[in-house]
Ligand binder design. Structure first.
Ligand SMILES: [Zn+2]
Length: 527
């Protein structure tokens, strides 16, 4: 049976989507989830390009993945330099992974017009870089950038690039439709030609600018490609990358290619929503296979048809991809779900009898108010603690007041820095009530400062904790400024990071709840 390797680039190419920014913690959690889904290769980022990706690779060494291999991405050496002194190639070697992908140009025009070097030098850059990485004992995938455009314009040069990369020892030649403008019929022709050139495995990396990334990927597989790159939910620059959430079920259910196990496929919907939550994007209800509405039936005829035969108006059994009509914890019954949720978040806390019942009620109530715990494991852990009969919180929120004042009247767009925010908070620690005030750059910053000021007197070590990320999501856009707002805050003590959630119709209150959870979590877990 044909084997296909799945290669995910959500953490690099997917993060190029407008509005998406993954923190290191986000990336580590997505990596774990992709491993559960059965992805074979997870591209974590470009260690030579930014410190965040370098940090990701150093922290990812501690992840225990059941099957996936982490991949670091980079490019070939620069023109007229040596591979062994190229900072970007050295960063790949130092990233600690065993598999790397390097991108190089495979279109003659791109070489002369954009890279501004000679066709021969480009071939040397590719060969030198692959040889250097192979000599370091790495598995090397070569991304042939602009392959299909290059093939159309001057197929002999594009083919030469593949031959050179194969001779240099590349373990896979990944044909890229970088601009996303190729048709499936053209993909088939080019892949077949490439297949005749070499026995090195071929891959496909398609972009969706012509709404054909999934179709092109499947056409490439039919023409002999065995390595498939894509992203969860098709996230990516411009119109996005090939969507693995469609490719995987198409391969497995329609083309009979066993790329993941049945149990892994049944996690597809969960993974899709998990990644959209972390990306802070509203899950697309109409995404094929995984959208919450794509197996719903409004029409009476369809509903009655489905009752007679489940296949009558749907192309697959939604159970196979784990898609069930929207199931919230609040709609589930029983404490098993809470225990399951706790385990999913990596918590092994005592959840039994009355405690589980109390916790379930609490989660139901909070989820109905817009709280969401998939992306805020620390707040969920606090809920579990709070459901325990003898829980003593390190502090309790009593009250807060925030004043935002524009000092220049009337305010102008240029005078934003003149805005003054001041917060007054009341917190209870033991039997004492603390009353403090602080000014800040914006109301959330003022609240954060006032809250710390109150707590530092009791817990000086809290000074290590910083707020590192702040995400806001409007939950019901239809009612404008009165909408429910969810705030997710990431805090860090320099070693560990954790996320907390707050929700309210008031953005300040939502932030306040998330901030307080962030500090309470750390106080409970500090050793
Ligand atoms: Zn790409």
């Amino acid at each position: 049976m044909l084997q296909v390797q799945l290669y995910d680039t959500t953490l690099r190419d997917g993060a190029q989507r407008e509005g998406v920014s993954f923190s290191v913690v986000d990336k580590l959690q997505i990596t774990r989830k992709l491993d559960e889904l059965g992805i074979h290769f997870i591209e974590g980022g470009w260690p030579g390009s930014n410190p965040k990706d370098t940090e990701f690779f150093s922290k990812a060494q501690n992840l225990t993945l059941s099957q996936a291999k982490l991949v670091a991405f980079g490019s070939t050496r620069r023109p007229k330099t040596k591979a062994k002194t190229d900072a970007n190639l050295i960063a790949l070697v130092n990233s600690g992974v065993k598999v790397v992908t390097i991108v190089g140009k495979s279109s003659g025009l791109q070489v002369t017009e954009v890279l501004e070097t000679t066709l021969e030098e480009n071939l040397s850059m590719i060969a030198d870089s692959i040889r250097y990485l192979k000599a370091k004992g790495l598995v090397v995938f070569f991304d042939a950038e602009h392959f299909f455009d290059g093939f159309k314009a001057d197929s002999s040069y594009s083919r030469r690039v593949l031959e050179i990369a194969a001779e240099a020892g590349a373990d896979c030649l990944v044909l890229c439709d970088t601009n996303g403008g190729t048709l499936p019929s053209e993909i088939t022709v080019a892949v077949k030609k490439a297949r005749e050139l070499t026995t090195v495995p071929l891959g496909i990396h398609a972009h969706n600018d012509s709404e054909l990334a999934v179709a092109n990927t499947l056409a490439a597989v039919q023409a002999g490609v065995t390595h498939v790159q894509g992203t969860i939910n098709g996230y990516g620059e411009r119109c996005g990358n090939a969507n693995l959430c469609s490719i995987i079920p198409n391969l497995k259910l329609k083309m009979d290619i066993d790329c993941v196990a049945d149990e892994q496929l049944a996690k597809l919907t969960e993974v899709s929503r998990y990644v959209s939550e972390i990306a802070n994007l509203i899950p697309d209800a109409f995404l094929p296979y995984v959208g919450s509405s794509v197996f719903s039936h409004k029409g009476g005829l369809h509903v009655s048809g489905l009752k007679k035969w489940v296949g009558s108006y749907q192309h697959i059994d939604p159970d196979k991809v784990g898609n069930h009509p929207e199931v919230l914890v609040s709609e589930l019954s029983g404490k098993e779900n809470i225990i399951y949720k706790a385990r999913e978040l990596g918590l092994d806390l005592p959840v039994r009898g009355k405690v589980a019942h109390k916790l379930l009620e609490q989660v139901k109530l909070l989820e109905s108010r817009g709280f969401q715990y998939e992306n805020a494991e620390a707040s969920f852990e606090l809920l579990v603690h709070r459901a325990q009969p003898n829980y003593q919180p390190p502090f309790e929120l009593v009250d807060f007041m925030v004043v935002v004042e524009s000092r220049r009247r009337p305010p102008t767009r240029e005078s934003l820095e003149e805005m003054l925010s001041e917060a007054v908070v009341k917190v209870k620690v033991g039997t004492e009530i603390m009353h403090t005030a602080a000014e800040g750059r914006g109301p959330v910053n003022a609240l954060d400062k006032a809250l710390r000021k109150a707590l530092l007197q009791f817990y000086p070590s809290l000074a290590q904790v910083r707020l590192v990320d702040y995400k806001v999501r409007i939950l019901e856009e239809s009612i404008g400024t009165e909408s429910q707002v969810r705030v997710i805050i990431e805090s860090s003590d320099g070693v560990n990071s954790w996320r907390t959630v707050g929700s309210s119709t008031n953005i300040i209150e939502a932030s306040w709840l998330a901030l307080a959870d962030g500090l309470e979590y750390w106080l409970l877990n500090r050793k």
